[in-house]
Design a binder for this molecule. Structure first.
Ligand code: HEM
Length: 456
């Protein structure tokens, strides 16, 4: 089938139904219960700023220049919000993701070399092997529909576990995976209460249980780190080896076992589900638009005659990368990032007071009427010319000094896995089983992404 024979679909891919309120004052708690994304009012896709009060005063900003002001120019005045920190601290301590000021800066300087282009490329064989295993599992499932969300969660966990604690037989991957999933699940329920402005002393269900699972996991991680420190690096250095060897170029300080553990767990928590979601949504979109899928397959099959994709192939798969970028625009795994204002400020002619929550609704930004043509449609071609896209209008990885440290790792992984799968299977939707986008910390397709995978 050639690309121009295939009709583009008339319908749009699934969307989150945004709340229709014109005033920007949201009073109802009910609508937020089911779907945190529904706190994003529809006006956020048209205005530059929307403000409200639900327990706390908050502002959502959708103006690229103002977002730059918050994330880049005034970093110190807009630290990450307490909501984010309270939620994640029990799992990942004062790691890179949570820390502020000097404690954040030295950790970022120490970890940055591990994510250099050279080192990320060096980790690619792990991604290629995981893509190969995923293709075998999908092939084994035969003609039945497959839940590609679950499959991608397995695959990306495979990658992150291998690049953090590779070859450590003592490290129980399954137990770690279960503990993290349980925590994210519980934390998702907590976050609803926190976003709504419920005071800290209100007991949160499930916190105790997931903390127990977490502490077992931390002990296992500590033991693996200490064993590696004694044994020295393996032949293919992984992220643990790179962090063990890392030191702050300014102070010479190195991470101790607790700091190494918190950061490695951060990479697992921040890196695996987000990348799995990116892949699951990319596959959903390719099944939605067979024309795009066919074009992607032609590219993949040309570059990979009968083998899985490697790190070196990624630059030769530009259309695959555009699909991943477009999936991240339509379904950004981190749907909202939030900050707490430290000083009085004026954002888009609106007064901001110390203590106000300032949110960047990445989901609404990617679908903003003033920033994108046909914002709700799936069109990977819009990423052909990256220079034409305002940097602060497209923020799946955030921006400024706190931009995602794993962005190129994630993009490389997503392209390797997607190219390998599309070169071997044709994915088609299962009638009546469209995923429903729901935000529980991350933007997930509720019910999974069920697709028919026909082996080619
Ligand atoms: C598609 C996949 C991913 C997405 C969409 C994503 C998204 C993000 C976003 C939006 C932020 C900024 C949060 C904020 O400013 O409040 C962030 C930060 C971060 N991400 Fe990612 N991420 C992804 C993959 C990864 C991977 C693979 C890793 C590690 C292996 C990782 C590690 C981190 C860390 C450590 C931070 C905190 C950086 C700092 O504050 O200095 N992420 N990510």
């Amino acid at each position: 089938m050639s690309t121009d024979q295939i009709e583009r679909p008339d319908a749009l891919p699934v969307r989150v139904p945004l709340v229709q309120v014109e005033t920007g004052l949201l009073k109802s708690w009910q609508m937020m219960r089911e779907n945190v994304l529904s706190i994003i009012p529809e006006v956020a896709t048209r205005e530059k700023i929307v403000s409200g009060r639900t327990g706390k005063r908050w502002h959502m900003i959708m103006d690229p220049a103002t977002i730059r002001h918050v994330l880049l120019d005034r970093l110190e005045d807009y630290p990450k919000s307490d909501v984010t920190k309270n939620l994640l601290r029990p799992a990942i301590g004062e790691s890179l993701f949570i820390a502020e000021g000097a404690h954040w800066r030295w950790q970022r300087r120490t970890a940055a070399p591990a994510f250099s282009h050279r080192n990320v490329l060096g980790l690619a064989p792990v991604m290629t092997a995981a893509a190969e295993r995923s293709a075998s599992r999908i092939a084994q499932a035969g003609p039945r529909a497959v839940n590609l969300l679950d499959e991608m969660i397995t695959t990306t966990f495979d990658v992150i576990a291998e690049v953090t604690f590779s070859g450590d037989g003592s490290f129980d991957r399954e137990a770690v995976h279960r503990a993290i999933e349980a925590y994210i699940d519980e934390a998702g329920k907590i976050s609803l209460l926190d976003v709504l402005g419920v005071p800290d002393w209100v007991p949160r269900p499930g916190r105790v249980m997931s903390l127990q699972a977490m502490s077992g996991m931390k002990e296992a991680a500590d033991a693996a780190i200490e064993a590696r420190a004694r044994q020295g690096p393996g032949t293919l250095p992984d992220l643990l080896d790179l962090l063990l060897a890392g030191e702050d170029p300014k102070s010479g300080r190195r991470m101790d076992t607790g700091e190494l553990r918190d950061n490695l767990l951060t990479f697992i928590v921040a890196g695996h589900e987000t990348t799995a979601l990116t892949l699951a949504w990319s596959l959903y979109l390719c099944a939605f638009d067979q024309g795009v899928q066919e074009r992607a397959r032609e590219e993949a099959q040309q570059v990979l005659p009968g083998r899985a994709a490697t790190g070196e192939d990624v630059v030769r798969l530009p259309y695959l990368r555009q699909i991943v970028e477009e999936a991240l625009r339509l379904y950004p795994p981190a749907g909202i990032v939030s900050r707490t204002a430290q000083k009085a400020d004026v954002l888009c002619d609106t007064d901001v007071r110390p203590g106000d929550t300032v949110m960047i609704p990445i989901y609404a930004l990617g679908r903003h009427r003033a920033l994108w043509r046909d914002p709700d449609s799936f069109d990977p071609d819009r990423f052909e010319d990256r220079k034409a896209i305002d940097r602060y209008a497209y923020l799946p990885f955030g921006d400024g000094p706190r931009i995602c440290i794993g962005a190129s790792f994630a993009l490389q992984e997503a392209v390797i896995i997607l190219a390998t799968l599309l070169s071997r299977f044709r994915f088609t939707p299962v009638r009546g089983r469209d995923p429903k986008p729901v935000m529980i910390i991350t933007l997930r397709p509720q019910g999974g992404v069920w697709l028919q995978a026909e082996e080619l």
